[in-house]
Design a protein around this ligand. Structure first.
Ligand code: SF4
Ligand code: SF4
Length: 121
């Protein structure tokens, strides 16, 4: 819009717009102890549903390919009013070096999670 001031995007915002992983996937933690079956069976269940399962401390981290309904071909359709969590969420813990924010640091950001996909198969 002519004359409208546009806020300069931060480096992190620019990287997120390029990356989009957090908009295309959703990850949730679950404690395998709350199920009345073995952890291996819990992992197998979520894998059968197409999720990627990793382990972090005592919790399972389950990632589904579930694109946000606000994600358009040109990016977030509600970018200016996107939820606070979208503004502050860091994909570093979830995606490790695959999160583009990792390029802002010289240290490699290895994910602390253990891949249980192979162990459970
Ligand atoms: S993984 Fe990192 S760079 Fe990618 S969208 Fe999430 S926070 Fe942004
Ligand atoms: S609201 Fe926008 S920034 Fe948040 S997950 Fe959806 S597309 Fe991504």
């Amino acid at each position: 819009m002519p004359g409208m001031k546009t806020k300069k995007l931060s480096k992190k915002e620019q990287l997120c717009i390029k990356c989009r992983k957090c908009c295309e996937k959703v990850g949730v933690y679950t404690d395998p102890a709350i199920y009345e079956i073995s952890e291996k069976e819990v992992v197998l269940f979520y894998q059968a549903r197409g999720a990627t399962v990793t382990k972090s401390d005592d919790e399972l981290f389950i990632v589904f390919d579930l694109p946000c309904p606000h994600l358009s071909k040109t990016g977030c359709a509600i970018y200016k009013s996107r939820p606070t969590i979208c503004r502050i969420y860091s994909g570093l813990h979830e995606f490790g070096d695959d999160c583009l924010w990792s390029t802002l640091t010289k240290k490699r950001v290895a994910s602390k999670k253990t891949d249980v996909n192979r162990a459970a198969s």
